[in-house]
Design a binder for this molecule. Sequence first.
Ligand code: MN
Length: 324
Amino acid sequence: MKTIEPDLVEFFYYFKVISFMSKLHSAAVKPFLWSEVKADYEPSRVVILPIPYEATTTYRKGCENGPDALLDASGQLECYDEELDWEVCRDVGIYTHAAVADTRNGCTVTPEQMLQVTQATVSKLIEDGKFAIALGGEHSITAGVVEAYRQAYPDEPFTVVQIDAHGDLRQEYEGSIHNHACVMRRILDMGMPSVQIGIRSICIEEADLIKEKQLPVIWASEIATQPDWMERAIASIKTPRVFLTIDLDGIDPTIIPGVGTPEPGGLHWYPLITFLRRVFETHQVIGFDVMELAPIVDSVVSEFTAAKLVYKLIGYQAIAQGWN
Ligand SMILES: [Mn+2]
């Protein structure tokens, strides 16, 4: 009987690994601010990481198309920021990484593979001294991003500040602990403190957990009615370092309708950016992500607003870190 040569077996093994890895690393369509600047990896302080992964969304689908839509819209941004009186992108290199964990075109990526490639890629960016910005994709990705920072700062806990309509605190949802409705529970499991902002839709399991663990929450109704919410939110961040995760459904659906699960009563533009600027001024933001953009056909409002938000935050970080 004919046996297969061992190096042939090895060849097929590596062929499988390489084709799997190339599936996890695909090219982004356009770099951030594509019409304004061309930045190389080496000198860039900021790296945008597109993660077009979608597997567990339950209502409107399409967040796997979020990163490309945001990058495409970013080409329409002004380089000059009138609030900061500065052409941020002329002085701060912004490099756009190739996409990872790409589920588009019917590619299957398991939650474990997504978390692994996300964590490994972000870990490399941290090691290279980059300020990483992950673009989703569904919110479950954040667990992989936060894990990379947890490993980078093993002895110095940081607070995960979450802007979101939903608690995302379920133990599991639709049979998976990696569902996007569970991401903050996974972060809680890592032992990370969190502050949740803009919450207006949770289940009783989550409400009980918030009470039991006395988790700091700034409810959307408080944002609408209590002028001191911003100071209370800042004061509830007890660590010098912050990781910021923005689920775009935390923002009001009148300015970002293109999300998987829109909820009325979210943050509006000026309260949102005023609060975030305060976070960057009062804490060291170690990285952030912008998740759950699910573009709407024939409307660019959501992706343009999301792109503008990303650029605003790059400017706030650059000022806070003295990159100007
Ligand atoms: Mn969420």
